[in-house]
Design a protein. Structure first.
Length: 318
């Protein structure tokens, strides 16, 4: 109707100004109603089942992965995509990669809601996956983190509303006057117990972007301290912990192919979750970065580039 109306207005020109105004008003009302219908989001997949299932075909192995799937939105698709069809095409592309990799436990960033996870499972065509998400507090983007897993959680997904102050003492973030407190708007906490494996806590998160910005550095360090407290409580209780997600930062001890150096200590905070009591005491990391098991020549950092017409060499972009 809007397309027909627009063509009609162009053809009629100034002789039909009044008609065109009326027509455009009708289109605006229709468009607003359509956007309103898009906004019905669902967040009903945080609860663990009464009996946790394990739908892996091979119970002797367990594969775990994180992926930032970049605006996996279908209701409010216009936050990133030009049409619902483009958003669905992106979802199908993501599903194709996930099907090929065949991972048991996926942690995903930038997911809209539980219904999108259901559509993703349908697109993968694998009913062994189940969706889990606890709604975050990032109202600016509406993005959340989620699990798509063959191993059900044994406890409900939760999150912490704890905050940490910034700047953190001893930071090297650079010149900025920004200060305050920060929570982790996008994260989840749960526990899995796969058959033939010990139980472990999953802490999944998506931290603030822009690793080389001073203000974001300060806030990201505070976010890492919040997660550090969560991880430490489980480690001190004798539990195994897997912390994964999009940390938007580099690791000083485990450099990428370009030897990128962080200005924040976010990853150090996430590995050294029980800091040493004495300043001269050797650092003992309770968590390790699994990237250290990969040759540095193949440790790539994702380069976000929304302009698909521009492609940099992997080594240049790191």
């Amino acid at each position: 109707w809007c397309v027909v109306c627009g063509v009609w207005c162009v053809v009629c020109g100034v002789l039909c100004v009044v008609c065109c105004v009326v027509c455009e008003c009708v289109c605006c009302v229709w468009s607003t109603a359509s956007v309103g219908a898009q906004a019905q989001l669902t967040f009903n997949c945080a609860a663990a089942p009464a009996v946790a299932g394990d739908r892996r075909l091979d119970k002797s192995t367990l594969t775990i992965a994180h992926w930032n799937v970049e605006w996996l939105f279908l209701s409010k698709w216009d936050k990133r995509w030009s049409s619902y069809e483009e958003a669905m095409a992106h979802l199908k592309l993501v599903a194709g990669v996930m099907k090929a990799l065949n991972v048991d436990v996926w942690h995903l960033a930038e997911v809209e809601d539980c219904s999108v996870l259901g559509k993703l499972i349908d697109a993968i065509g694998d009913s062994t996956y189940k969706p889990y998400m606890v709604r975050g507090t990032d109202t600016a983007t509406g993005q959340n983190v989620a699990l798509l897993t063959r191993v059900d959680p044994v406890v409900n997904l939760t999150r912490t509303e704890a905050r940490a102050a910034y700047p953190v003492l001893g930071n090297n973030c650079g010149s900025t006057s920004v200060s305050g407190t920060s929570a982790v708007s996008k994260h989840l906490i749960t526990r899995l117990h796969p058959q033939n494996f010990p139980p472990f806590v999953v802490v999944g998160a998506h931290l603030l972007a822009f690793p080389d910005e001073a203000s974001r550095c300060r806030q990201r360090e505070a976010q890492a301290l919040v997660l550090q407290g969560v991880i430490a409580s489980h480690v001190q209780a004798g539990l195994n912990v897997v912390c994964m997600g999009d940390f938007n930062d580099w690791d000083l001890q485990v450099p990428d192919v370009k030897s990128s150096r962080p200005i924040s200590r976010a990853l150090s905070f996430l590995k050294d979750v029980i800091p040493e009591k004495e300043e001269d005491e050797a650092v003992t990391y309770e968590l390790v970065n699994v990237a250290q098991n990969v040759a540095q020549s193949t440790r790539f950092t994702a380069y976000y580039n929304p302009d698909s017409s521009v492609c940099l060499a992997a080594r240049d972009a790191s």
